[in-house]
Ligand binder design. Structure first.
Ligand code: CA
Length: 222
């Protein structure tokens, strides 16, 4: 899952970015409204966290531009307490939720999870393919009776594949959802992570569940 965070205060931005990364999200940070709007238009995000008071372009302006462009990504607005009237405008303009500053981390994470669940209410946190089971809430992976220990990126990669079981995912889609914008797209990042992921889950011979689809990408399924 990839999140765009638009926040001009470096301390808050870093704190949120690190907290979300610890929860296995990939996070891009934009430091002002203009950059935020630009990134929201060129990349495909699963969620946008948008501060309302921003230099160059206000949050509500960014929100309006994004929604006018037909981008339906869930948007969580961060606003300060005395902006009560604006909250109504924000929701009317297409924000999905808002959080008042200062907030506690657990509340931010709870709202992020709720928004990410919203379009797919039936989806659970457990993904099963054959004897491979991934628990997205506990961050655990098992194959048969064996616990498998994955790095953060390997886990995110497997999670993304399992969420899209049976669908071919291109390198571009994988990069968009699992890596952040600082990734060198010409490096063999995906291949090397895929290789170690396959090794760890014992993906070979008859147990193979991740298929490489030549010149198209990867697909998971039995
Ligand atoms: Ca601000």
């Amino acid at each position: 899952m990839r999140i765009l965070l638009v926040e001009d205060e470096p301390k808050i931005a870093n704190f949120i970015k690190q907290s979300l990364e610890a929860e296995y999200f990939a996070v891009d940070v934009a430091e002002d409204g203009e950059q935020g709007s630009h990134l929201a238009h060129i990349n495909e995000y699963d969620l946008i966290i948008l501060d309302n008071l921003l230099p160059k372009k206000e949050g509500i302006e960014v929100l309006r531009e994004v929604r006018t462009s037909g981008i339906t990504t869930p948007i969580l607005i961060l606003s300060v307490t005395n902006e009560a009237l604006k909250k109504v405008d924000l929701l009317n303009t297409g924000a999905d939720d808002y959080l008042t500053k200062p907030f506690v981390l657990s509340e931010l994470l709870a709202r992020v999870r709720a928004l990410l669940r919203r379009p797919k209410p039936i989806e659970s946190d457990m993904f099963t393919i054959g004897d491979l089971v991934l628990d997205a809430k506990k961050y655990t992976v098992r194959r048969g009776k064996k616990d498998i220990y994955l790095t953060r990126k390997e886990f995110m990669l497997l999670h993304y594949l399992m969420q899209n079981e049976g669908t071919v995912l291109s390198r571009g889609m994988i990069l968009e959802h699992v890596w952040d914008m600082n990734t060198d797209i010409f490096s063999n990042t995906i291949e090397s992570h895929m290789l170690s992921l396959r090794k760890k889950i014992g993906d070979s011979g008859k147990s193979r569940i991740i298929q490489t689809v030549p010149s198209r990408g990867y697909k998971i399924g039995v």
